[in-house]
Write a protein that binds this ligand. Structure first.
Ligand SMILES: NC(=O)c1ccc[n+]([C@@H]2O[C@H](COP(=O)([O-])OP(=O)(O)OC[C@H]3O[C@@H](n4cnc5c(N)ncnc54)[C@H](OP(=O)(O)O)[C@@H]3O)[C@@H](O)[C@H]2O)c1
Length: 288
C-alpha cells in the first residue's frame, strides 16, 4: 500500500507546484488540500481530519504570507504560521509522522554581508518573520520528526509573486521603479517542490529535527530581478532603481537575506539550478 502524504496550502505557489508534480511520484498516496477543505486554524477540525486520514508525512505549504498586512493583523499571522504549525507538530509527535515545513529568509534581520547559514541566529524585523520563527520554534520544541526548509523570494506561475506582479505592472505602465537595495536569492517554487518530492525517501529516513536552507543559486536585487524578467520576456519596459525608503511599506524587510545552501547540497549531494535558468523557465511559462 502506498504511503499517505498530506499537502496543505496546495493552491498556493509551492503547494500548486507540489500538487502537479506529485502525479509523477507513484509510490505515495497524496492528498492535496487548502483552506476551503480544511482551515488549519480550526484545531478541532484539524484533529478530526488527521485522525481520519492518518498521514505518514505532512508537507505544510499553508501560511499567512501577506507580509505587510501581517503588521496590521498579527493575530492572524501567528494563528496560522505558529499556532497551527504547533498543532501539526503535536500530531506528528503522537503519530510518528514526519512534518516537512517551509520557513523563510525573513527570520533574519539582513545585517549580514555573507549568506546566512542554519547556525546563524534569527532576528526577524517583521510580524510575518516573527510568526514564522515562532512556527519553527513550536516544531523544534515539540520533539517531532521534522524537516524545516527555509527558502526565499518564491515565485511561480501560480499564485501571487514579484515576477507576475512586475510583468502585469510593466504591461500597464511601461515604466517601473524597483527597489535596488535589498539583496536575496529568488527561488522557483517548481525547483523547491521537485527537491522535496525527490528527497522524500531520504527525509523519511531521518529522525529528529533538521533545518535546511534552499534557494536558487546566485543573488540579486529586486531591481536586477525586474530587469532580467523583462529581458527574458522580450519586453522593453523601463526600470529605474530606487532605495527602499522611497517605497514605504508597513513591514521592514531584510536588506540582505541570501541563504547559504551548503548543508542541503553536501548532505544530499544535490545541484541547485541558478536563478537565471529557473527564472527563464517560469517567465516562458507565463508569457507563451
Ligand atoms: N512567497 C514567498 O516569497 C516566500 C518566501 C520565503 C518563504 N515562504 C514560505 O513558503 C511557504 C509557501 O509559500 P507560498 O508563497 O507558496 O504561499 P502562498 O502562495 O501564500 O500559499 C499559501 C496557501 O495557504 C493557504 N491558507 C491560507 N490560510 C489558510 C488556513 N487558515 N488554513 C489552510 N490553508 C490556508 C492559502 O490560501 P488563500 O490564498 O486562500 O489564503 C494559500 O493557498 C510558506 O510557508 C511561506 O511562508 C514564502
Amino acid at each position: 500500500m502506498s504511503l499517505p502524504i498530506l499537502i496543505t496550502g496546495s493552491k498556493g505557489q509551492l503547494g500548486s507546484e507540489l500538487r502537479i508534480l506529485s502525479k509523477r511520484f507513484h509510490d505515495y498516496q497524496f492528498t492535496c488540500i487548502d483552506v476551503l477543505e480544511l482551515n488549519l486554524t480550526n484545531q478541532n477540525k484539524v484533529d478530526a481530519y488527521l485522525q481520519q486520514l492518518k498521514p505518514s508525512v505532512i508537507i505544510n505549504c499553508a501560511a499567512y504570507t501577506a507580509v505587510d498586512k501581517a503588521e496590521e493583523e498579527p493575530e492572524k499571522a501567528f494563528a496560522l504560521n505558529s499556532d497551527a504549525v504547533g498543532h501539526l507538530a503535536r500530531y506528528a509527535v503522537s503519530s510518528g509522522a514526519l512534518l516537512i515545513h517551509i520557513s523563510t529568509d525573513f527570520v533574519f534581520d539582513g545585517k549580514h554581508k555573507i549568506p546566512y547559514t542554519e547556525e546563524d541566529t534569527p532576528h526577524p524585523l517583521s510580524v510575518y518573520g516573527q510568526s514564522k520563527l515562532k512556527g519553527e520554534d513550536q516544531i523544534r520544541e515539540s520533539g517531532c520528526n521534522a524537516i524545516i526548509i527555509r527558502t526565499s523570494w518564491l515565485y511561480s506561475a501560480f499564485g501571487n509573486n514579484f515576477v507576475k506582479t512586475i510583468l502585469a505592472k510593466g504591461r500597464e505602465r511601461g515604466m517601473l521603479d524597483v527597489v535596488s537595495d535589498q539583496t536575496g536569492s529568488p527561488t522557483y517554487a517548481y525547483d523547491l517542490a521537485l527537491l522535496i518530492l525527490t528527497l522524500l525517501p531520504k527525509f523519511m529516513l531521518k529522525e529528529g529535527f533538521h533545518l535546511y536552507h534552499f534557494a536558487n543559486e546566485g543573488a540579486v536585487t529586486w531591481f536586477d530581478l525586474a530587469i532580467h524578467t523583462f529581458r527574458i520576456s522580450g519586453k522593453r519596459y523601463e526600470v529605474h532603481p530606487i532605495p527602499s525608503k522611497s517605497f514605504p511599506s508597513l513591514a521592514t524587510r531584510p536588506k540582505y537575506s541570501v541563504l547559504d545552501k551548503t548543508k542541503i547540497k553536501t548532505e544530499f549531494g544535490i545541484k541547485i539550478p541558478g536563478w537565471e535558468d529557473s527564472l527563464r523557465k517560469c517567465v516562458k511559462q507565463l508569457t507563451y
